[in-house]
Design a protein around this ligand. Structure first.
Ligand code: ZN
Length: 477
């Protein structure tokens, strides 16, 4: 597959680094002959699977997984006026079956509200059916006109996890929004990616929502990437789709809804936040391969060393870890390079002297070496993986703290937005946001910030001087 030729661009040239790492580490192949559609390499797909397994595990606590059709009939799709306004420029349509023109055009789902809610209307009868909390992990299609980019801006989103919930009251739906935020925070904590939640401005919310909360990750170039959204849909869609239930008194009531999604952008953030000049750095929990054993083979005792490596591999495997021995006829240095590029958290070296001394040498992806007693190999390796994860988390959160700056002037905000996120006081008005965006060439991402790094405090707007709250301002993808 991908060949190890030439050097990876330095991460400080982030855009080039990103494009190169995708094929060098065998995540995505960009050579598929349709613009905005990319192919998962098996290594990338394995990472995708383990990452989405975490998401599934968290959702399965109190959601159920489902699967709805890809095609949505035009008449259902067009029902919700706000919603369609937000998507009509991005929809792919199926107009023909073979050579026969279809009576009703079919949309390739850009998102699934209009596929799911007509069915919810058939399913929902009484208050006893509530809440409904379903999710699916599917592909969706959007005719992106902006510059497409693997995992970030796609015409086929291959891995859209969308959850759709139904509740009796507006407040129940609001509580669900909070639960979803907590769930996403836990998910991103598990993959060691710091995120900041904020409430999107009115003009930037999901089409058809009462309000939208969104998670942003800060990329190495200081731009933010929206990596998750949670929408309170109020009763907007239930009015459209006649989603009603019978309450305790036997009265018909409109239901309230939420929906929330995460796409493969979570993988983009994961790769970008942690990777370095040598390649990927992956958290042990989701790394397709957790441990690579490299036997240091000398001619005279090659067999003894290979056997020792194989025996260790078997032991590690039976302890439930993902491990491989690289016994290819290559220099050890070439093997190190190969596995570092792919982000394997821990390398174990076994050479003749290690066997003699009854030890193995563990080297983590940050290059830290530890000698482990052979008889304590399993517990020692587990410890190494655990402390490596802690180091990853610490590095990522230190970097995020560095990239967030609280500022009290436009000049300060401009500087901060060159390397990361500026937090400034904003009154919430469109007029002031426009002025901030024009003067600084940034986006006002949102207010009501949820982040352990940012304190929510009242002050006066940086533009108009009216009462205000902190807002996130950054260049964004
Ligand atoms: Zn203002």
């Amino acid at each position: 597959m991908a060949e190890d030729s030439g050097a990876l661009p330095l991460k400080e040239n982030f855009s080039e680094w990103y494009n190169e790492i995708l094929w060098r580490a065998e995540i995505m192949d960009v050579r598929y002959p349709v613009k905005g559609l990319y192919v998962w390499y098996p290594h990338g797909f394995s990472l995708r699977r383990s990452t989405y397994n975490i998401l599934r595990e968290l959702l399965d606590r109190d959601h159920e997984e489902t699967l709805f059709p890809l095609l949505i009939p035009e008449n259902e799709f067009m029902k919700e006026a706000e919603h369609i306004k937000g998507f009509e420029e991005e929809v792919y349509w199926v107009t023909h079956g073979g050579t026969t023109k279809l009576d009703i055009k079919l949309a390739l789902r850009p998102t699934s509200e209009t596929a799911i809610y007509p069915m919810y209307a058939l399913w929902l009868r009484s208050h006893a059916d509530l809440p409904i909390k379903l999710y699916q992990i599917v592909n969706t299609f959007r005719y992106e006109t902006k510059h497409t980019r693997p995992l970030i801006r796609l015409r086929e989103i291959t891995s859209f996890k969308e959850a759709h919930t139904v509740h009796a009251t507006w407040d129940d739906a609001k509580n669900q929004v909070e639960d979803a935020i907590a769930l996403y925070r836990e998910f991103y904590d598990r993959i060691c990616v710091p995120i900041i939640f904020s409430k999107r401005p009115e003009w930037d919310k999901f089409p058809g929502a009462d309000y939208t909360m969104a998670a942003d990750a800060i990329m190495p170039d200081g731009k933010t990437l929206q990596v998750g959204t949670v929408h309170h849909l109020g009763d907007n869609f239930s009015k459209t789709f006649d989603l009603k239930y019978e309450d305790e008194k036997g009265e018909q009531k409109l239901a309230f809804q939420t929906c929330y999604g995460i796409s493969e952008r979570c993988i983009a953030a994961l790769l970008s936040v942690h990777g370095d000049d040598k390649g990927l750095v992956l958290p042990p929990e989701i790394a397709p391969l957790q441990i690579i054993i490299v036997p240091i083979i000398m001619k005279k005792n090659a067999e003894e060393i290979l056997n020792a490596a194989k025996l260790l591999e078997t032991e590690i495997k039976s302890a439930g870890m993902r491990v491989k021995t690289d016994s290819r006829d290559l220099r050890p240095g070439a093997k190190y390079y190969h596995w570092e590029m792919r982000g394997v958290p821990l390398r174990i070296e076994i050479g003749p002297r290690d066997i003699q001394n009854g030890v193995i040498m563990a080297v983590n992806r940050f290059g830290q070496k530890t000698s482990i007693k052979r008889e304590e190999a399993i517990s020692g390796i587990k410890e190494q993986l655990e402390s490596f994860k802690k180091d990853m988390k610490f590095k990522a959160s230190s970097k995020a703290k560095e990239q967030i700056r609280i500022v009290d002037s436009l000049k300060g905000a401009k500087e901060a937005a060159e390397t990361g996120v500026a937090v400034l006081q904003w009154c919430g008005s469109k007029k002031c946001a426009d002025e901030i965006e024009q003067k600084l060439d940034v986006s006002v991402l949102g207010s009501e910030i949820r982040s352990e790094y940012i304190e929510e405090k009242e002050d006066t707007c940086i533009i108009c001087g009216k009462p205000s709250k902190p807002a996130l301002v950054a260049r964004s993808y």
